[in-house]
Design a binder for this molecule. Structure first.
Ligand SMILES: Cc1cc2nc3c(=O)[nH]c(=O)nc-3n(C[C@H](O)[C@H](O)[C@H](O)COP(=O)(O)OP(=O)(O)OC[C@H]3O[C@@H](n4cnc5c(N)ncnc54)[C@H](O)[C@@H]3O)c2cc1C
Length: 343
């Protein structure tokens, strides 16, 4: 097993007597830090809230390269027991293969009762492999924490909620960021301990290699996952040319642009990271405007937590009107230009 190749060494970097911070009884959570080597991901602040809901001690695990500013941000968050830091060029873009042996080593050292991550592309990548190696079934996409072992998660594309109690340890969770408030409090006392962890795995033992990452251009628009306003286009908007009306409306409102899977799959209109829904992004903006979107359950699964849903569709029977707070039965290609004139 890969972890056998990995010698890990922990060093205490703050003064004072050694003491193990992991609880022998009760809850102690390792929170996987989602970041870009410069800053914490905006959605990570929801994971902090979730980890605090579990009670007990919270430690953060940062794997990256030249990520001192991320560690500083972690240290500014209140009530964090320790920040475990693994820094190596191979961790600049962490993969499940590079992260798992480190997390297993940290788990061996500190015996956390819970391991928690966002249900983001980061968490969805790493948690399944970690669960397999630790021989624990992760609980994915948690929307409510009722107790340390008692969770609620959606299934059937969000059409039903499952309540479950977990009896195995450690409890491994991913949480849905839109279901938890973003943690805002900063630390005044700064009592957090930093533990450094060496990454000693021989490159050839890792089994995969990061090659490149292509981040699609957002044209200066806000991030779809966190934007307070989202304008989404569906097949009713048609071609690339007509989709520009959706983008113009978004730009007028300072909104992010999203799309249905039908639009993404059509190709040449918008990149697939704009897909909202069961197999795309789950969003919960203050305002969602769906233009030419039918409201298929798989799409609605991604928008139903929006505060206000507005739908523009020429078919009065379109299912989107069942979930919309405001609906406009109209040809989008006429209604959107008119709306733009009035805004
Ligand atoms: C396993 C699985 C996972 C899926 N995951 C997702 C997902 O994550 N996200 C997702 O979106 N879909 C997903 N889908 C696909 C989903 O089932 C629908 O096919 C898709 O959401 C439909 O997209 P649409 O609303 O753009 O297109 P359509 O269903 O074709 O609807 C187009 C709508 O536009 C309206 N319209 C047409 N012309 C105009 C006009 N001029 N003005 C105004 N309105 C107009 C029509 O009345 C219609 O309601 C998934 C499907 C499966 C099977």
């Amino acid at each position: 097993m890969l972890s056998s190749f990995l010698a890990t060494r922990f060093q205490r970097t703050t003064g004072g007597l050694w003491r193990s911070l992991s609880s022998t009884a009760g809850v102690s959570t390792m929170l996987l830090v989602d970041h870009d080597n410069k800053h914490l991901s905006p959605t990570f602040f929801s994971a902090i809230t979730a980890s605090k809901k579990l009670g007990g001690e919270v430690s953060m695990f940062v794997a990256g390269h030249k990520c001192d500013s991320v560690v500083e941000e972690c240290l500014s968050i209140d009530g964090i027991s320790k920040v475990i830091v693994a820094s190596d060029v191979l961790l600049e873009h962490p993969t499940a293969e590079t992260m798992t042996p480190l997390l297993v080593a940290a788990q061996k050292q500190f015996s956390f009762s819970h391991i928690l991550s966002n249900h983001s592309s980061f968490g969805k990548n790493i948690i399944p492999r970690l669960g397999a190696v630790l021989d624990v079934q992760p609980v994915a996409d948690v929307v409510e924490i009722r107790a340390e072992n008692h969770f609620v998660r959606p299934f059937y594309a969000g059409n039903a909620l499952m309540e479950l109690k977990v009896s195995e340890k450690p409890v491994i969770l991913t949480i849905r960021p839109t279901a938890f408030e973003k943690h805002a409090k900063l630390d005044e006392k700064k009592g957090t301990v930093v533990e450094k962890m060496d990454f000693d795995a021989p490159k050839e033992a890792i089994g995969s290699e990061f090659v490149s990452m292509k981040v699609p251009e957002k044209g200066g628009r806000p991030d779809l996952s966190t934007a307070p306003i989202v304008v989404a286009g569906g097949r009713g908007v048609g071609s690339r040319e007509k989709f520009e009306w959706v983008e113009k409306l978004a730009d007028k409102l300072g909104a992010a642009v999203g799309a249905t899977r039908a639009v993404v799959d059509a190709g040449g209109i918008i990149s697939n990271d704009a897909q909202i829904g069961q197999t795309g992004k789950i969003i919960a903006p203050e305002l969602y405007i769906g233009v030419g979107v039918s409201g298929a359950i798989q799409h609605v699964a991604g928008i139903k937590d929006s505060k206000v849903i507005v739908a523009i569709n020429k078919d009065p029977e379109a299912p989107i009107f069942q979930v919309a707070d405001f609906g406009l039965v109209a040809d989008a290609l006429k209604a959107v230009p008119e709306l733009l004139e009035k805004l």
